[in-house]
Design a protein around this ligand. Structure first.
Ligand SMILES: Nc1ncnc2c1ncn2[C@@H]1O[C@H](COP(=O)(O)OP(=O)(O)OP(=O)(O)O)[C@@H](O)[C@H]1O
Length: 613
């Protein structure tokens, strides 16, 4: 007894007590009863039976645990109830919410707190919730702020509201328990009547696990229905659930209160020894032991048959036969596209702003490269050798805009894809609004850093400095960087891992460079592959810079001016097969290449997202 009291005390001390009902903004909810009847799930290919005639219910105000040994079918049943991740499976049976069959619509009236915590680690807890609130809540700024404040209190996150979330293994942030509660906080913003949770205590120590279950119980007290899968809870934790369902080999082995489960298994001849944790013992009895498959399967079969003949099963069937049709809860809010774009670009913007290392690295790299190249080609004269050297420098500039931008951007999606996939499939936003906001957020850094390089080398080398020429060179710099960004984004969307992206992006970049114009007069290349120059951003960027430099010589180098004639310009441009009037076409070419790669990236993202469901 004294042990129990001290335990409660500790829980109080760490602010883990259950929340009381009646929050100011998490107001009225429509109570929900979820019923599932004769659920059978089979794999389509192997015809393997994963769930066999499973039936059950969850009521409003109830915290229900789905339990069983590994491979028993808990996740499959949870997925079935949520109508998610059912690709490759054939399903039978009925699932109703307040007596209404909802199918896929169930995700629009329920919350799902997944086991894996995925956040934007550079944001604080409050900032992250405010952006989630923008996407999930239909109402004024005041309502969103009040709801976030309520949720922060309710989920015991108030103390860490201004702490950065952090990234596991990279940047220290909030604790594991706080991260788990933040997952629930996001779901609670929508004020759902029905909440699913996948193993909410896995990976937490016993106090943290207990705090999470206390909070879930508090949420259930407010009239919500909560269903979670759970792995071997401690004895104290076990008694906190209102009801438990045990699955074994895809069948229901028990359904009732935790106390009833202990007496049921005693009746089955598997009395829980005094010193044992009941759930651990029961799961052990429902597991297939390696090397004792036949014995284990026979034991499980007997328990399942005994359950099917029990009063517990009769009670479940009575509940299922008494399902009356009531109003289902309203569908949750979906923000309009402008709000989505605003919220997502704010989030991406803060993320870029709070991770200045990349910006700094790019700026330093450009300054150092600029000084190096500027000094290497310092005040190059406009004679035969000088022209050759300057053309080499211009090709290097084009290459630096394209290569370094493409490689810096092409891993952007790898880290955030799981979060985007989850939020997209949860219906928080459209894919195109995410893509648009993300591309916009990358433009400032990845399109303008080339200008630093350009402005350093421009006067050091002694390129033509008429205002128009500087403007045109700047436009070509920004557009070449843009085309490279779009290429990098497309690569990132097409290939699922960083290694694959790095390996697969290299050959097209080499090809584009080969057709850039410096390595050979592209008009002399075989006709069958000559067209490749028209998809090479190197070609357009290099041509633009060369034509801009040589088509009009100002009086910067007076001796050059004196010697320079129209025929000199023609000679230089003819050497590369560039036309004096090529600049507008180069600009259009770079814009079209950018648009084409942005489009390819989006199509690849849509395809990848479909597969990720
Ligand atoms: N889409 C699928 N295709 C083929 N087999 C599947 C599929 N989904 C689940 N299974 C199989 O069904 C069985 C039950 O899996 P499920 O994930 O539901 O178990 P679980 O009780 O949640 O286990 P764990 O506690 O280890 O997560 C496993 O043998 C699993 O390999």
């Amino acid at each position: 007894m004294s042990e129990e009291i001290s335990y409660e005390k500790i829980l109080e001390d760490v602010e883990c007590t259950a929340v009381s009902p009646g929050y100011s903004t998490l107001g009225d909810i429509v109570p929900v009863s979820l019923h599932w009847n004769n659920i059978t799930v089979t794999t389509i290919k192997e015809k393997r039976l994963l769930l066999k005639n499973v039936s059950g219910y969850a009521k409003s105000g109830e915290l229900l645990a789905l339990m069983g040994a590994s491979g028993a079918g808990k996740t499959t049943l949870l997925n079935m109830l949520m109508c998610r991740n059912l690709k490759g499976l054939s399903t039978e049976g009925t699932i109703t919410v307040n007596g209404n069959e909802m199918a896929h619509k169930i995700s629009s009236i329920s919350g799902f707190a997944q086991q894996e915590e995925l956040f934007v680690g550079t944001l604080t807890v409050k900032e992250y919730l405010m952006i989630q609130a923008k996407l999930r809540i239909n109402g004024s700024k005041k309502l969103r702020e009040d709801r976030v404040t309520d949720v922060l209190h309710q989920l015991k996150l108030w103390k860490c509201r201004d702490s950065k979330i952090g990234v596991i293994g990279e940047k220290k942030g909030i604790s594991g328990g706080e991260a788990r509660r933040l997952t629930f906080a996001c779901e609670m913003l929508s004020n759902p009547s029905l909440l699913f949770a996948d193993e909410p205590t896995t990976g937490l120590d016993s106090f943290m696990a207990e705090s999470v279950i206390q909070i879930l119980k508090g949420i259930a007290k407010t009239g919500r229905t909560i269903i979670c899968t759970i792995h071997q809870p401690s004895s104290q934790l076990y008694q906190m659930f209102h009801r438990v369902i045990y699955l074994a080999n895809g069948s229901t082995a028990f359904q009732g209160t935790p106390q009833e489960s202990i007496s049921f298994f005693e009746k089955c001849g598997h009395r829980v020894p005094d010193e044992y944790n009941p759930s651990e013992w029961i799961i052990y009895k429902l597991a297939v032991q390696p090397g004792q498959e036949k014995q284990s399967n026979d034991r499980i079969q007997k328990i399942v048959e005994q359950y099917e003949d029990s009063d517990h099963q009769k009670r479940v069937m009575e509940q299922l036969s008494d399902v009356s049709e009531k109003i289902p809860p309203p569908e949750m809010h979906r923000a309009n596209v402008f709000t989505q774009i605003f919220a997502l670009s704010t989030r991406c913007g803060i993320d870029v702003w709070r991770a200045p290392q990349l910006t700094l690295a790019k700026v330093i790299q450009k300054i150092l490269f600029g000084l190096f190249i500027g000094l290497l080609y310092l005040r190059t004269p406009y004679d035969a050798r000088g022209i050759h050297n300057i053309n080499g420098a211009l090709f290097f500039l084009a290459g630096e805009y394209i290569y370094s931008t493409a490689y810096a951007i092409m891993f952007f999606l790898n880290n955030e894809f799981p979060l985007v996939a989850r939020e997209y499939h949860d219906g928080l936003y459209n894919l195109w609004t995410y893509y648009f906001a993300r591309c916009i957020s990358l433009i400032p850094l990845f399109s303008t850093d080339g200008l630093i390089l350009l402005f350093i080398v421009y006067w050091l080398i002694g390129l033509n400095t008429s205002v128009m020429q500087v403007i045109v060179a700047s436009i070509i710099t920004v557009l070449a960087s843009q085309a490279a960004s779009a290429f990098g984004i497309a690569m990132s969307c097409i290939f699922p891992t960083a290694q694959m992206t790095a390996v697969m992006a290299s050959p097209p970049l080499v090809l584009f460079r080969l057709f850039g114009g410096l390595y050979g007069n592209t008009n002399t290349f075989p006709a069958a592959i000559r067209w490749l120059q028209w998809i090479s951003m190197y070609r357009f960027a290099f041509e633009g810079l060369v034509v801009n430099q040589w088509s009009e010589i100002d009086d910067f180098h007076s001796n050059a001016k004196n010697n320079w004639t129209n025929s000199t310009t023609n000679d230089v441009l003819d050497y590369f097969a560039f036309s004096e009037s090529a600049i507008p076409l180069d600009i259009i070419g770079l814009i079209l290449i950018s648009l084409a790669f942005y489009l390819i990236g989006f199509i690849a993202l849509v395809h990848r997202m479909k597969k990720a469901r």
